[in-house]
Design a protein around this ligand. Structure first.
Ligand code: BTN
Length: 274
């Protein structure tokens, strides 16, 4: 059962068509999907303190204790993007969140990175992989290629989550904005406001045909590194990642003497330095 909080909207952005905050829902992606199916224009936003059936990429689950993470989904009607450019919505959300998290957490500019396709990570040599995940993005589309495309971009960002409370199985691979801010409590509301303020101009630019290709390239942590790519059939590819493709959104790897491109849907998991 969905519970709705009646607190006033905190949006600093005038262009949201609808914004609701929920105490607990199964998944904010599903809320926004229903809104879009019911005719709600873009950009609509559902935020939850807790999800009871949160989803991650590649069929994984996504959980966080109530109030520890900023859990939200945005609904778009991206008739302004070609089908093979829809990935830019998720990338745009990731770029807006990296900027916002650095500001609200008081972190150095460009200290947060993107691990292809859309994880937001912090470099940490004490972690086994050298990285800790701060946020993950789940993009879903409906009607892509029709006159009425709909896209849902959900993002979960670990905010006010103290390290002793991290689940043991994730303790070596995750972080939170609070931890990156050296234990200083960080407000999810401040992060939301900062994020929305950065999202607005980026979405406006997408509508006008511009995408921040340069910013997206600069944030990539995989470029120039060895990566292990887990494939859906259980096999793995170990290769040098040489970059990303600003047209397709794909990861470029060296495969023998040739360069090869992989799309996000073809990969289950990306690991660095193996
Ligand atoms: C991943 O890294 O695997 C993607 C995680 C996406 C989680 C967010 S939380 C808000 C939205 N609702 C969901 O069910 N999933 C996304």
């Amino acid at each position: 059962m969905t519970e709705r909080d009646t607190s006033p909207s905190r949006s600093g952005v005038a262009r949201l068509s609808r914004q609701e905050r929920f105490r607990a829902v199964p998944s904010t992606n599903d809320i926004v999907r229903e809104w879009l199916a019911g005719g709600t224009p873009e950009v609509c936003l559902a935020v939850a303190d807790e999800q009871t059936a949160g989803r991650g990429r590649a069929g994984r689950t996504w959980t966080a204790p109530a109030g520890a993470a900023l859990l939200m989904s945005m609904g778009f009607r991206p008739s302004y993007l070609a089908v093979d450019r829809l990935w830019r919505l998720g990338a745009t959300v990731a770029l807006a969140m990296t900027d916002a998290a650095e500001e609200v957490g008081g972190l150095p500019m460009n200290s947060l990175k993107l691990k292809w396709p859309n994880d937001i990570v912090a470099v940490d040599r004490t972690a086994e992989t050298g990285l800790r995940k701060l946020a993950g993005i789940l993009g879903e589309t409906e009607g892509a290629g029709t006159a009425e495309p709909r896209a849902i971009v959900g993002i979960g960002t670990n905010v006010d989550w103290a390290r002793p409370d991290f689940p043991p199985e994730l303790a070596d691979s995750m972080t939170s904005l609070r931890e990156l801010a050296r234990g200083r409590p960080v407000s999810a509301d401040s992060l939301l406001d900062a994020f929305l303020a950065r999202l607005e101009p980026r979405i406006e630019a997408l509508r006008e045909g511009y995408f921040d290709v340069e910013g997206w390239h600069e944030r990539q942590i995989t470029t120039g590194r060895t990566v292990r790519l887990d494939m859906p059939d259980g096999s793995a590819i170990v290769a040098n990642a040489v970059g990303v493709d600003g047209s397709s959104g794909g990861l470029l790897i060296e495969d023998g003497d040739a360069e090869r491109e992989l799309l996000a849907g073809e990969i289950v998991h990306v690991r660095l330095g193996v």
